[in-house]
Design a protein around this ligand. Structure first.
Ligand code: EPZ
Length: 432
């Protein structure tokens, strides 16, 4: 297990390239199962989550080769329709294998994904979707046993849950529907850019999908899909994380290989809070500088194009040393506040109650040994440590390695003083 030693107080400066999107790569890698022809996917970030997905595809019988950022997948007939608990328990997002496995093999055995620290992660909408297409779902020994002996038949499904649309639920229904008989209409679809990227990938394979990016997606089933080549979109959450870092502890950063539209809500909030944000004319680069007089702010997370739940922890780190009182409400994952207790160890003044954090800005944070808990909470701790006085140790770095490609190298290239070391004191922990 590794930990990150961060020497605070060094202002970042310079420019960096953002990696390809982890959350676009995962369903697109799973979608490679929909054809027996090879697909080549570029700009897949080298992070634990994508490597877990690659491992699972290989264990199912697909041949998978990664050379730097490009992954080639070929899934011959006869691949397994059953993913093991050992494989799936490491990554909740493995649920996005459900759609492609059902479309290709009309049956699958998938362990029910466990919960995680950001809260309960139900799959009722995924089950509702595949049942609507005619599949039978049983639960036995912690596994979902799903089969559609007569194949899948298109229909209309409203995918709205109590907390709004579901990203991977929308992905799964889209992937199950592409080879179904007839037409499927997804109402209350997720509009995230990663859903659009998956739809574009599927259409390159010969699918007939319309309306991705809107609340209603229509999929006309086809007989078969063929191989294709695709480059995933930039990672908007990595971009947003560095935009917040720039506002928190820099003399200005130039963040490259982004897509303006995907980070607009993050940019708007930084501007509202007094920071400087300037996009290049073509929207592929953004310069962010700390404001002279930073202002407190209010976030209520929302499905895209609203403010992303994946960016509220990072902004909480910035609010921790912004004068005044800021409020962060997460309507999507109301328990997603693990980072607050760790930030308080660094001197932040935060009260969390009923899905809302009230942050009273303090003059400065001070270094303390802290523990990463989930991917985005860990990113918030790195940002806080960069700004804190003294040297912070962040334990359980594997949480960060799930979704940030070469984070320490990127920070070093911007002038941060960080070091990754083996965490000898850290006992292997039994993940919750
Ligand atoms: C995706 O998770 C992302 N992960 C998450 O990013 C992101 O936080 C989330 O979307 C919301 O934007 C990937 O894309 C791999 P949801 P997903 O289904 O699809 C409820 C990160 O840090 N719900 O959109 O699993 C659910 O509890 C990760 O990169 C049901 O009620 O999330 C939540 O309240 C963390 N029933 C809301 O919907 C279901 O069947 C949105 O969840 C499914 C979800």
């Amino acid at each position: 297990m590794d930990k990150l030693i961060v020497e605070g107080g060094h202002k970042l400066s310079g420019r960096l390239n953002i990696s390809g999107s982890k959350n676009a790569s995962l369903p697109i890698l799973a979608a490679a199962l929909l054809t027996d022809e090879p697909v080549r996917i570029s700009r897949v970030p080298d992070v634990s989550d994508t490597n877990y997905m690659i491992q699972i595809l290989s264990q199912l019988g697909a041949s998978v080769e990664r050379s730097s950022g490009t992954v080639r997948v070929e899934s011959p007939d006869g691949i397994s329709s059953s993913a093991s608990y050992e494989q799936v328990r490491k990554m909740r997002a493995s649920i996005c294998l459900l759609g492609p496995m059902m479309a290709r093999m009309k049956r699958c055995t998938l362990p029910l994904p466990g919960g995680c620290v950001i809260g309960d992660r139900p799959v009722d909408l995924h089950v509702k979707a595949i049942q609507a297409l005619g599949a039978r779902v049983r639960v036995k020994g912690g596994n979902m046993l799903i089969e559609a002996p007569n194949g899948l038949v298109g229909t209309t499904v409203d995918m709205r849950g109590d907390n709004g649309p579901t990203v991977l639920g929308t992905d799964n229904l889209m992937m199950a529907a592409v080879l179904a008989r007839g037409t499927t209409v997804i109402e209350s679809a997720a509009r995230e850019p990663e859903v659009v990227d998956l739809a574009n990938f599927l259409n390159k394979m010969g699918a007939r999908i319309e309306g991705a990016g809107s609340r209603t997606i229509t999929i006309h089933g086809v007989e078969r899909l063929h191989g294709c080549e695709h480059t995933v979109i930039p990672d908007r959450i990595e971009a947003g994380t560095f935009m917040v870092a720039a506002a928190l502890v820099s003399n200005g950063l130039r963040i490259c290989r982004i897509c303006r539209e995907h980070v607009q809500s993050i940019a708007n909030l930084l501007v509202e809070c007094g920071h400087s944000v300037e996009f290049s004319a073509d929207g592929t680069e953004v310069s962010v500088k700390p404001g002279e007089k930073p202002l407190s702010g209010k976030i209520t997370t929302a499905p895209y194009p609203g403010y992303p739940t994946d960016m509220q922890a990072q902004m909480t780190a910035l609010f921790s040393i912004t004068p005044g009182i800021s409020v962060v409400k997460d309507t999507i994952f109301p328990q997603r506040f693990m980072h607050c207790s760790e930030l308080k160890r660094m001197g932040a003044n935060i009260k969390v109650d009923n899905g809302t954090a009230i942050i009273t800005g303090v003059d400065s944070l001070s270094a303390a040994p802290v523990m990463a808990s989930d991917l985005r909470a860990s990113a918030a701790l790195v940002l806080a440590a960069l700004a804190a006085e003294g040297t912070t140790e962040i334990h359980r770095l594997y949480h960060i390695d799930r979704g940030y490609e070469m984070l320490d190298d990127k920070l070093l290239s911007l002038g941060a003083v960080v070091k990754r070391v083996r965490d000898v004191e850290e006992e292997p922990c039994n993940e919750a």
